[in-house]
Design a binder for this molecule. Structure first.
Ligand code: PMV
Length: 645
């Protein structure tokens, strides 16, 4: 094997391939483009990201807010909702499998070119994996081929805008020119969406014999000139004329007509029209308005096109952090406490190496957590949780197995791992936090790495974000960090004790939750308009909570932590579909806490991605709190006698 192939193999082992393509909006010339006329299509400032992590076996997994799929390279079946991705994979003639993660900053239900964007991004990520340099024009050809394979019809103008960015002048499968001046627009979703191919099929074939399409094409030519000259009022007139032609095609709806009437009366709007196939989708208006009667989408046209990146994988990070993979003993056992965030971690800026959008701050739960024993074996991995051996096809097994893959070598080919928890598994009591922290600590002993707590916090973070905060006892701050490799996204113990602080655990439900925090935060970031307010608020709460701890100010701590948790849950209610971890019992406990506060008891709560509430109060309030909650499990996070330091 030559050096280049060896290098390529090595990169394949450690890298993940990420391509990001923007969504798009038709500016002018829709339908006419199918008859050989020019269209103008623009990219938007929202992206869809496709990440491919190569695997050694033949399995393919796809994970997105549309659902999950597990299949095999030998049995690829092009089917909804991943028909475009699967068609790309089928065409790629893969030799090994991969894990595909899709994350979109815009909805696939609003006619914003998500099918074209996912096709372009998947093809580009596959190209990067195969080490192929491919020109924009060649990629466009491939994308058009896939789009027509899947939906039979389609101009490919949306794929062109996704690849090139900005406004593209597009005709007969070719980008003629890219315009770089952009008008300000208002984009309004009509509330409905008809599939493009379906809309095209509904068209009256007799229209092909009229001059309508060539008139539309001519308008696009004129619009191109107006855009080049940044003559927005003339462009506005062309929008109005183009809409008349689209109405003649019968692709408007009563809702769209109603929106257009409202917009016609807006002084700041220079013209408005359907964008795309119509029968739903979006209306694009030239100019900006804040009219509250309109469902205005938070998007603008953008200049950015396709971006391709090869990022470090978890393996690469681990290999930078650990000195070797030679076990120094046969077996090691460590305990890590569970932790409760007072300022929550909610949302990732990097899904692969668990980099958070905001800093978070927690309190470790003393002796409540996980004890993990790891033994090196030359057989295959065995994992058991509280005495039960995990089956090979369970989610817990896969997740643990993927994590241990990071640490294997010929001296430590497989691990036998027992996990003993004294808290309920996955019921919002941070079980993954203590599990991955205890694993990281045990590995540190097993291999005798002698790593610092901060480094161990990075290693634990790769298993589960909140695990970074479970390496230490007491108050722990996990700093957001700024580096793309996350080496500054570390957790550290605050040198502040508050011995009289108590955490009360309510046991409403011990059943495992249906939607993990990982999925929950992903869905929230991708779909909730309320999420936009979160990172800044959380960062402010982080500082307030630190201040409250320094001053031992229980009211400030309680009020901020409670508000922070409620706000996190509010972002979830805005997600699509909405996420609600609370049950009727959760609400009744909340109301009991608020009643107790009205009665003068200084007690607050926080809530994670589960129905259970955690109460926060001081030692002197214990008896009063117990009057309201007789079954409370009370944790003393700073109890010296537990000897957890
Ligand atoms: O570490 P994860 O992926 O289980 O996420 C934890 C998220 C919350 O528990 C809801 C908040 C937090 O900061 O612990």
């Amino acid at each position: 094997m030559d050096i280049a192939s060896i290098l390529f193999m090595l990169i394949n082992e450690v890298a993940v391939f990420r391509a990001s393509a923007p969504g798009s909006l038709m500016i002018m010339g829709e339908y006419a483009v199918l008859y050989g006329h020019m269209a103008l299509c623009a990219s938007i400032n929202r992206y869809l990201h496709v990440t491919i992590s190569p695997r050694k076996d033949s399995i393919i997994t796809i994970d997105s807010s549309l659902g999950q799929l597990k299949t095999d390279i030998h049995s690829l079946n092009v089917q909804a909702p991943f028909e475009f991705v699967l068609a790309c994979l089928k065409n790629a003639d893969l030799k090994t499998g991969c894990d595909i993660h899709i994350h979109s900053e815009f909805s696939h239900r609003q006619g914003l070119g998500s099918s074209a964007a996912v096709t372009v991004a998947t093809l580009a990520a596959l190209g990067a994996w195969k080490n192929k340099t491919i020109s924009n024009d060649a990629l466009l050809k491939e994308a058009i081929h896939i789009i027509r394979l899947v939906q039979k019809k389609g101009s490919g103008a949306d794929a062109a805008a996704s690849i090139y960015g900005g406004i593209v002048c597009y005709q007969r499968d070719t980008v003629l020119e890219k315009l770089s001046s952009l008008p300000n627009v208002t984009v309004i979703f009509s509330g409905e969406k008809t599939k493009t191919a379906q809309a095209i099929n509904r068209l009256d074939p007799a229209l092909a014999h009229t001059t309508l399409f060539s008139e539309m094409g001519a308008l696009a030519e004129k619009a191109k000139k107006a855009i080049t000259q940044a003559d927005w009022s003339t462009l506005g007139n062309y929008f109005i004329q183009a809409q008349e032609k689209l109405s003649a095609l019968n692709v408007s709806t009563p809702t769209i007509d109603h929106l257009l009437t409202i917009l016609a009366h807006e002084p700041a709007i220079l013209g408005a029209k359907i964008s795309g196939a119509g029968l739903g989708d979006c209306v694009i208006a030239l100019g900006e308005t804040q009219d509250t009667r309109l469902n205005i989408l938070p998007i603008q046209l953008g200049l950015g096109g396709l971006k391709i990146a090869t990022t470090l994988s978890q393996k690469k990070i681990i290999d930078q952090l650990i000195p070797h993979k030679n076990p120094k003993q046969k077996t090691a056992t460590q305990f890590a406490p569970s932790n409760i965030a007072l300022c929550k971690y909610w949302g990732k800026r990097d899904e692969i190496i668990n980099l958070p959008m905001n800093s978070s701050l927690s309190i470790s739960l003393a002796d409540k957590g996980a004890t993990v024993t790891i033994s090196v074996t030359d057989k295959e991995d065995v994992y058991s949780i509280n005495g039960d051996t995990l089956s090979r096809n369970s989610d817990h097994y896969t997740r643990l197995n993927d994590y241990f893959n990071l640490f294997r070598s010929k001296n430590a080919p497989a691990f036998s791992v027992t996990l003993d928890l004294n808290i309920p598994l996955a019921a919002g009591l941070a079980s993954s936090a203590c599990i991955y922290a205890a694993i990281a600590k045990s590995l540190n002993v097993l291999f005798d790495w002698q790593l610092t707590s901060k480094t161990l916090s990075i290693i634990a973070r790769l298993g589960s974000g909140s695990a970074s905060r479970s390496i230490e006892t007491g108050f722990v701050a996990w700093h957001r960090g700024a580096l793309p490799n996350g080496l500054d996204s570390v957790a550290e113990k605050l040198a502040l004790a508050w011995p009289s602080l108590r955490v009360g655990l309510t046991q409403l439900q011990t059943a495992q939750k249906k939607i993990s925090s990982r999925k929950g935060m992903q869905r929230t970031v991708e779909t909730s308009p309320l999420y936009r307010a979160w990172p800044e608020q959380a960062e402010a709460d982080f500082h307030l909570i630190k201040e409250a701890i320094q001053q031992k100010n229980m009211v400030l701590l309680g009020e901020t932590a409670e508000r922070n948790a409620l706000m996190m849950h509010a972002t979830m209610l805005g997600a699509q579909p909405p996420l609600l971890y609370s049950t009727p019992e959760t609400l009744s406990v909340m109301q009991r806490i608020w009643q107790a506060r009205t009665d003068g008891v200084v007690v607050y709560f926080t809530q994670d991605a589960g129905p259970n509430l955690k109460l926060l109060f001081l030692e002197e309030e214990t008896e009063k709190v117990k009057n309201y909650f007789p079954d409370l499990t009370i944790i003393k996070p700073f109890d010296e006698s537990l000897n957890n330091e």
